[in-house]
Write a protein that binds this ligand. Sequence first.
Ligand code: AMP
Ligand code: MG
Length: 550
Amino acid sequence: MTETANHPATSGGAGRVTDLDSLEFTNRWTAALPADPDTAVRPRQVSGAAFTRVSPTPVAAPRTIAWSPEVVELLGWDPALADTDDFAAVFAGNRMPDGADPHAQNYGGHQFGNWAGQLGDGRAITLGEVRDAHGGHQTLQLKGAGPTPYSRFADGRAVLRSSLREYLCSEAMHHLGIPTTRALSLVLTGDQVVRDMLYDGNPGPEPGAVVCRVSPSFTRFGTFQLPASRGELSLLRRLVDTTIALDFPHLTATADLGPDELITAWFDEVAQRTARLVVDWMRVGFVHGVLNTDNMSILGLTIDYGPYGWLEDFDPGWTPNTTDAQGRRYRYGAQPQIVHWNLLQLAQAVAPLMDDHSPLEASLNRFGEEYHRLYLEMVAERLGWADPDPAGDVGRIEALFGVLTSAEIDQVIFFRELARVPVDADANDDELLEPLADAWYDPASITGDVRDGLVGWLRSWGERVRSGGVVDHDERRRRMDAVNPRFVLRNYLAQEAIDAVEAGDTDLLGELHEVLRRPYDEQPGKERFAQKRPEWARTRVGCSMLSCSS
Ligand code: AMP
Ligand code: MG
């Protein structure tokens, strides 16, 4: 503790926190909800409680290998803090800062369509809620911090590869403008963790790590499902009331809604936020991989980065998750239907609190309409068409998807470079295709019908731009570049960073993080991070195939 302990210890004149014992913990969520009276860590069912107070299990030798300057800024902390041993100790779970209220959340969920009962934070331990630099609230959560009553048969730990993927991807998503939980830090624990990476009976030791995730709330759809499934209506009601009060305060600030109206307004907003989120995923080619209802944020944030992946060649049937290879439930193209199904589960969970739950059905129907409206708007913007033409654009977009699946075509490069394709009616075939050449995985396949199909579509695209789209070339390119990223966290890039860190080199991780902070900008000298998947990565585990092992 410093002598300024009554006030946040500050430096630099900006009121920045320089001492982790001076954080202003508010811990509103644990104060508002019933705690588990038992604090024993052994695996067990916890009823009638929203969380269990539990402490992280210390690790051998914490070492911070990455931290996010933007999250440090958001929290209002002095960046020099991140380089201290105390920072590594706190964000590995070895030391509790003053005012923390460490706990694990209780929730349930549907996994791959089946009700799984109680799940809970099996390896995430929340330190508490702090005030951020803008007067808001952020919850700090350590993932991989040791066992909790919700760990079931597992160890409560996380390996470096999955932690690095969560850390980098949540920051990349933020910079893409996509709602997400954030990552403050990536700390190596100095301990080994044993995992059977491919679930093929070959377990081996891997370096352990802890990510500190940051979000205004970690409440999930499954948070409401669990008490509903047990008939614990008073807990369910308190969870809904607390969520609305803490995370949706505007709903009660502006209008005096009756109880059913309030739940309807809240559910409606959750559905709308979720619709916008999925439209964003579809835009950049993000495939979550495990859209179980416990992995759905009540705030419409991307949460729980596991075996996610980025679409490379445009294949709506693709899933990165080998655990889902059979049914492909969570494939790219199914994400809108799946989150709609997840919203239906949330509606069913909260319905018992209402006299008349029919408005929730109306909300669920609106989700579909809203999703399609936003989706069409989004694709029209990506293609330089400005306002969508609902009559003709649906057909034009279907035709594009037909063309994109006629050969192996990198969708990130295709959309980015489309802004460089001429729209003049007199451009010849070669001029139309030339800017897109980097997108072909096998240039030899772009012949005959495939080539004719591409050229035909590009001509109809150009015509559509000329009649009602963004006609000015520079303006069109600027607008298209603002929604078609140059840099995404390609699966093989994450794996290269993992390989380097496992070999003791963190430079590539730092460079990749830096590049991903400006995904829509051309970054001369960084072209290698925009290249399509190299051949070696096609079948390499961790690049195109990931299991849930983490
Ligand atoms: P996920 O697939 O990450 O959404 O996790 C599903 C459930 O398993 C959640 O309740 C997690 O907390 C739990 N879980 C996943 N990995 C571990 C682990 N290594 N130790 C304890 N619990 C875990
Ligand atoms: Mg989860």
